[in-house]
Design a protein around this ligand. Structure first.
Ligand SMILES: NC(=O)C1=CN([C@@H]2O[C@H](COP(=O)(O)OP(=O)(O)OC[C@H]3O[C@@H](n4cnc5c(N)ncnc54)[C@H](O)[C@@H]3O)[C@@H](O)[C@H]2O)C=CC1
Ligand SMILES: O=C(O)[C@H]1O[C@H](OP(=O)(O)OP(=O)(O)OC[C@H]2O[C@@H](n3ccc(=O)[nH]c3=O)[C@H](O)[C@@H]2O)[C@H](O)[C@@H](O)[C@@H]1O
Length: 447
């Protein structure tokens, strides 16, 4: 008989994981503590924007015409525990207020809600990104409190999906990593991931601490690559070099590679920034803080980029104050193809300029609702063309395809000044310059 799977926490990670598990052929029950999310998902609507997810969801959610009916949602913990053989924990692990450390309260609450209902054999699988040592602690909690005793077991299976590619990354992962303590747990997880494994995804079996560390070290490595190229951009600016050509040239070396070397206003989102900080905090608790002091520099190079973008805008406007200046901001999300504005560099830059008296108008293809909620005092427009109307400077801060496809001649007729600052090194400088724009990007010559 096929395994039954539950997914606890149906946000960016959990909603995707639930739909993907149904796609792999399992019966799936998802749970969240936010009733509106559960109601939407049960109607086949995704509470956020993630390409391809709504289609996948509608293909499987029970009650939708033509669906397989393999996926449904609940808020009832007893129903969830009774339904599933395997319970994936996908709740949020944000940065604690005022500290670097990870806030584990959501994971702890989810495990505490689930545990009393675990009356038969079951496997609880953590997918959230957690500080190393959490799995040991949670396994001890389960052993002590689950009515099924040792028949309720824990495993750790970190997730590596990228927003914007979440469906593809979940169904065809680069690798699957599992931290397990028994052959039974390994066997069950091999069964869950049999399809991606058959298609070539490597399956790495390890202990709890290594599984947890693979996740935080992978995100630290990615953050390091981005801050490395942004540091090179700073040097290029000082020396008159071109960071885009530099990245291309070093990237031809296979050992370095071309990916994650796009200089600009740096990394944001709900993961990289908080994960490197939580990693530093945890290393400190373990007495290994010296090992990760470099991450402090990675973080500060990254945060500096936002201020540098603000200064670049000030300079482009002739120096001095932003008062009375109209600034158009193209992009609000932390990356394209997502509606996620958590720790978005684009909104941070927009917010800084607004606080300094600039009249800021933001447009984003999918992030407007979330941006408005977070920064209600910024100005917003319904299109790129509207956003740039009367602008003294245009800031390109999230590299949506829609912005790369803009016609600089058409935009040129709307603005007060043809100045575009490319915070993502993603527009074609020649195209804009041809239409009489002053094009500037971070770490590149002014031409
Ligand atoms: N967003 C991403 O691209 C990725 C996220 N991760 C990790 O996955 C975890 C979740 O991240 P996101 O999905 O982005 O967060 P999210 O905030 O979008 O989703 C978390 C969900 O958990 C629910 N929740 C909170 N407490 C709960 C509880 N006690 N019981 C049941 N549900 C509860 C929330 O209502 C929310 O819907 C984090 O640890 C994150 O670091 C890992 C890889 C990729
Ligand atoms: O743990 C997580 O949640 C996820 O975090 C990142 O995924 P994600 O946050 O979706 O986005 P990325 O594509 O990694 O981009 C992160 C940030 O870095 C920026 N970035 C990326 C690449 C680059 O070359 N330059 C650059 O500034 C992006 O604009 C964005 O703000 C990782 O790539 C995923 O593997 C991981 O699972």
């Amino acid at each position: 008989m096929s395994l039954k799977i539950t997914v606890i926490g149906t946000g960016y990670l959990g909603a995707t994981h639930a739909a993907a598990m149904a796609e792999l052929g399992f019966e799936v029950l998802g749970l969240d503590v936010v009733p509106e999310k559960i109601e939407m998902l049960q109607r086949g609507e995704v509470p956020m924007y993630e390409p391809g997810l709504e289609e996948l969801l509608r293909k499987h959610v029970e009650g939708i015409e033509g669906s397989t009916g393999r996926l449904r949602f609940t808020m009832d913990w007893a129903e969830l525990a009774a339904f599933g053989d395997i319970h994936f924990v996908c709740v949020n692990t944000p940065q604690k207020h005022g500290e670097y450390a990870c806030d584990m309260s959501y994971v702890d609450a989810a495990i505490a809600s689930l545990t009393p209902h675990l009356k038969g054999p079951s496997l609880v699988v953590g997918k959230s990104t957690v500080p190393v040592g959490s799995a040991d602690r949670l396994a001890a909690y389960l052993a002590e409190h689950a009515p099924a005793g040792e028949d309720a077991e824990l495993a750790w299976n970190p997730e590596f999906l990228r927003e914007g590619f979440a469906v593809q990354d979940t169904l065809h992962p680069d690798r699957i990593v599992v931290g397990v303590r028994s052959d039974r747990a390994e066997k069950l997880l091999r069964e869950v991931y049999a399809t991606p494994m058959a298609e070539g995804s490597p399956f790495v079996v390890t202990d709890f601490p290594t599984a947890e560390l693979v996740k935080t070290s992978a995100n630290s490595f990615l953050a390091t690559k981005i801050s490395f190229i942004n540091a090179m951009a700073e040097v290029c600016e000082a020396a008159g070099g071109d960071v885009a050509r530099l990245a291309e040239a070093i990237g031809y070396d296979d050992r370095i590679g071309k990916k994650f070397l796009r200089a600009g206003i740096g990394f944001g989102g709900g993961c990289l920034p908080k994960d490197i900080r939580a990693f530093m905090a945890r290393a400190g608790e373990l007495g290994a803080d010296q090992a990760l002091t470099f991450l402090r520099e990675i973080d500060s190079i990254n945060m500096r980029r936002r201020g540098q973008m603000v200064e670049m805008a000030r300079e482009a406007l002739g120096g001095g104050s932003f008062l009375g200046k109209r600034v158009a901001v193209l992009g609000a999300t932390f990356k394209p193809d997502s509606d996620d504005v958590r720790d978005s560099p684009a909104l941070n830059v927009a917010g800084q300029i607004h606080l300094q008296g600039g009249q800021v108008t933001v447009y984003d293809p999918k992030g407007m609702e979330n941006a408005r909620r977070l920064f209600p005092t910024l100005g917003y427009a319904g299109s790129a063309l509207q956003a740039v109307r009367g602008a003294d400077v245009v800031l390109h801060l999230t590299e949506w395809r829609e912005f790369r496809d803009l016609d600089p001649a058409e935009l040129g007729r709307e603005v007060a000044c043809r100045i575009v600052l490319d915070g993502r090194n993603a527009l074609d400088p020649e195209l804009w310059r041809r239409e009489g724009w002053t094009y500037r990007a971070m770490g590149r010559p002014t031409a």
